[in-house]
Design a protein around this ligand. Structure first.
Ligand code: GDP
Ligand code: MG
Length: 445
């Protein structure tokens, strides 16, 4: 299935090869194939339409990187937009820092994986968060549903609310809250009754439980195989109750995960976890990047474009080093260096990159420098006039005061930045004496 897709795209790319900026027709041609890819991944049709329109608009006119084709560039733009829509770089965990017992309410269709996920999350809460969880089943519709949760509790050693036959969900919820308070439980997980279809009686019951238990998290559990129906599920639940997040189950199957995009588009809420099997530890934080790759199924093309972008960045760095060595390194250059550092993930990633950087990072941290400092320095440079940026020597006491107040910082912060600029310039001059960056490379070599 993926091969034929690549073949089709290959055809489009050949047609597009060799053009400069992305023209509307180029983008539309590539987007036709993207649209098919998204539908094959089971993204719901209205979501596909909206997504394709948005990205088309964004892509037209963007320039194409050297050494990639316009079609490849479109795929990268689509991929980035997908990642963004699925939640960006970050994974989003549970909110557990409210007053205990923190209540997590699980909702969703029957068979979506609510009970299983309740057990998985309870285990995570104990093992990873070091908190004391308790589970309670409010499912009085399905025979043996409450026993199913009790068995999960025994397997994992997590307490479950004792079953009293004949009690209604709202009463069970009340009893669970009381028990949780008495037993100093940190987190109470409420596993509600599922429904085959959206059904008003069950929706009302869910709302009543929500009102009395005031959950910190209300998680909609969705089977990733739900496909085109995902939009209806998301719409009906988020229309009735305030969701805080989504859990996508059965991501271990061969679903390409299009439901993720549909859920996100309709609820606007983060997808927090992915279920990856029947076992109790088969749960992972939801990684937007990985899932975007799976939905689009064009990872090779995305990495070609990423490599090309890296080359451009490397050339930019080389150019910067030359300016530094010639003593032309001004505040504009420093700012673009700072932004580059932020883009690479702040100071944290630098440490992992080369042996010498670990020490440099420790030194920066011990002098009180962290990622917020990068932002503050950026703001200081932003408050300088273009003239001052080009020639930092202009900065007398009066100008420094103006810049500090303009950037919401102190004069001493402005001084620190100037000192850093001076030291970088000095270091670069020394590197030049030793034979430039190539000489430096031999030193480390
Ligand atoms: P509920 O009706 O929403 O409570 O759904 P259950 O938790 O009872 O799950 C229904 C079935 O789906 C069970 O057989 C589970 O083992 C299975 N299941 C749940 N989550 C996953 C998952 O992430 N991967 C796989 N492969 N199976 C799952
Ligand atoms: Mg259940």
């Amino acid at each position: 299935m993926f091969d034929s897709l690549s073949d089709r795209l290959g055809g489009v790319f050949d047609k597009l090869r060799g053009r400069g900026a992305l023209k509307e027709q180029d983008v539309r041609d590539a987007m036709r194939e993207v649209r098919i890819a998204l539908l094959e991944a089971d993204v719901a049709l209205p979501v596909v339409r909206r997504f394709v329109d948005q990205v088309t608009e964004k892509a037209v006119g963007q320039s194409v990187l050297k050494s990639v084709t316009p079609g490849q560039q479109v795929v990268k733009i689509v991929n980035d937009a997908l990642v963004e829509m699925l939640g960006g770089e970050e994974t989003v965990g549970l909110t557990l820092d409210a007053r205990p017992p923190v209540v997590i309410m699980m909702v969703g269709l029957q068979g979506s994986g609510k009970t299983t996920t309740t057990g998985k999350l309870a285990r995570l809460i104990r093992e990873k968060h070091g908190k004391k969880p308790m589970m309670a089943s409010l499912d009085v519709n399905r025979p043996a549903a409450q026993e199913q949760l009790a068995v999960l509790g025994e397997q994992t050693g997590v307490a479950t609310l004792p079953i009293i036959q004949g009690q209604q969900p709202v009463d069970i919820a009340r009893r669970a809250l009381q028990a949780a308070k008495l037993q100093a439980i940190d987190v109470l997980l409420l596993d509600t009754a599922g429904r085959l279809h959206v059904d008003q009686q069950l929706m009302d019951e869910m709302k009543a439980v929500s009102e009395i238990s005031e959950p910190t998290e209300t998680l909609l559990v969705v089977d990733s195989l739900t496909g085109q129906d995902a939009v209806n599920v998301a719409q009906s639940f988020s229309g009735e109750i305030d969701l805080t997040g989504v859990v996508l189950t059965r991501m271990d199957g061969d679903a390409r995960g299009g439901a993720a995009l549909s859920m996100r588009a309709v609820t606007g809420k983060p997808i927090k976890f992915a279920g990856t099997g029947e076992k109790i530890d088969a749960i992972e934080p939801f990684h937007p990047k990985r899932v975007a790759g799976r939905i689009l199924g064009m990872g090779d093309i995305v990495s070609i474009v990423e490599k090309a972008a890296e080359t451009v960045e490397a050339e930019e760095a080389e150019r910067m080093a030359e300016r530094m060595a010639k003593g032309q390194f001004d505040m504009n250059d420093l700012r673009s260096q700072l932004r580059q550092m932020q883009k690479m993930g702040g100071l944290g990633v630098l440490a992992g990159m080369m042996p010498g950087m670990k020490k440099a990072k420790q030194a920066m941290q011990s002098s009180g420098m962290d990622d917020r400092v990068l932002l503050r320095m950026d703001a200081i440079i932003g408050s300088m006039t273009p003239k001052e940026r080009g020639n930092p020597a202009l900065l007398n006491a009066k100008r420094k005061r103006r810049i500090a107040s303009g950037s919401g910082t102190q004069v001493q912060d402005v001084n620190k930045l100037l000192k850093m600029h001076q030291e970088m310039t000095k270091a670069m001059k020394q590197i030049k004496k030793m034979g430039g960056l190539k000489g430096l490379g031999q030193l480390f070599g």
